[in-house]
Design a binder for this molecule. Structure first.
Ligand code: PAF
Length: 322
């Protein structure tokens, strides 16, 4: 009788389903943004392949802090996953800054080919040395300037413009060279700073300008597309290290599905975003190719630094990618 009871207890222990592991995923934008859509696609893909082994807790709209803090959380293992811009990433993996060089990528298609190819994949591998594991490159689109001072048509129009930039040395150097007054600031502070007039403007892709409703605090949008803005899906090495090979394959596939969703969102907002923002009252101006070239020419000095820092050969390879 005693033996039967013990056997029943052991049987119960064996049959009990393993507790699902919770993944906290933090990102800077709302659930209906390109980040939120990608995070959801990731979750659904993983559920399809691994069932209930993992559950997700989403922290949208900087619910876990600014991007730098969240990346530090990934290093420490207190946050399991994030989708981030390259804003602060060159403070962790300096070589990544090459993708932040203005006017390096000519189109979304060009950028996607570079990131999906050897150059982008080699760069992803470098994250492991920084105590991070990168699953895939996503994107935000091309960054444009918004502000409350006036339309920007030439580099001279940026003179003295108090523009919030990401905490990104490559971007800061470029805006200084244009004659603007770049103010690096973590994203959670930006809307308040715009509302209070502490800064005149900021720069972000249409995906962010639309999803973060920047039309409520900004009057002018200049479609200058000065720089492509990649995003990356990061996972904490603490979690990655405990996965078996099948689980790793499922995470890689989920990242690929998230990227498809994110790029789909960006394609849509690139097509419809300007009309939406005009309806919301923004004044939008576009730069001709000649006007864009004037901005690129104004960055001749920073370009010498970028080439010294990242290697002219790598920058040439990126530009030559077809
Ligand atoms: O401007 C930024 O800091 C980033 O583009 C944002 C909005 C946080 C998205 O990653």
């Amino acid at each position: 009788m005693k033996h039967l009871y013990a056997a029943a207890l052991i049987g119960a222990a064996v049959a009990a389903p393993a507790a699902a592991q919770e993944i906290k995923i933090g990102y800077a934008l709302a659930e209906d943004s390109h980040y939120g859509v990608a995070a959801k696609a990731f979750e659904e893909s993983l559920k399809g392949s691994l069932g209930d082994q993992f559950t997700f807790r989403h922290f949208p709209s900087s619910g876990l802090g600014g991007e730098r803090e969240v990346v530090e959380g990934i290093q420490l293992g207190t946050v399991e996953m994030t989708i981030v811009s390259t804003g602060t990433l060159s403070n962790f993996v300096p070589q990544v800054g090459v993708f932040d060089v203005p006017f390096l990528f000519t189109s979304l298609d060009h950028a996607r080919k570079v990131l999906d190819g050897e150059i982008g994949q080699d760069m992803l591998a470098k994250f492991d040395d920084a105590g991070l594991h990168a699953l895939a490159w996503g994107e935000q689109g091309f960054r444009h300037i918004t502000n409350n001072r006036g339309a920007i048509q030439t580099p001279a129009d940026t003179e003295g413009l108090k523009i919030r930039t990401m905490e990104n040395p490559v971007h800061i150097e470029a805006f200084k060279a244009l004659g603007a007054a770049p103010t690096p600031m973590a994203w959670p502070e930006v809307i308040g700073a715009l509302q209070q007039g502490a800064i005149d403007g900021q720069e972000n892709p249409l995906s962010v300008i639309v999803s973060a409703k920047l039309s409520e605090v900004q009057k002018y949008l200049t479609l200058d597309g000065h720089v492509y803005s990649p995003a990356v899906i990061l996972i904490s090495p603490a979690l990655w290290g405990q996965l078996d090979d099948d689980q790793k394959a499922a995470f890689d596939q989920a990242a690929a599905d998230a990227v498809t969703a994110m790029r789909g969102y960006v394609d849509d907002v690139e097509a419809s975003g300007v009309a939406t923002l005009k309806e919301q009252g923004m004044e939008v101006n576009e730069l001709s190719p000649e006007e864009k070239a004037a901005f690129r020419d104004a960055l001749a000095e920073p370009y010498k630094d970028y080439e010294a820092q990242f290697g002219k050969e790598l920058m040439d390879r990126i530009q030559a990618t077809e």
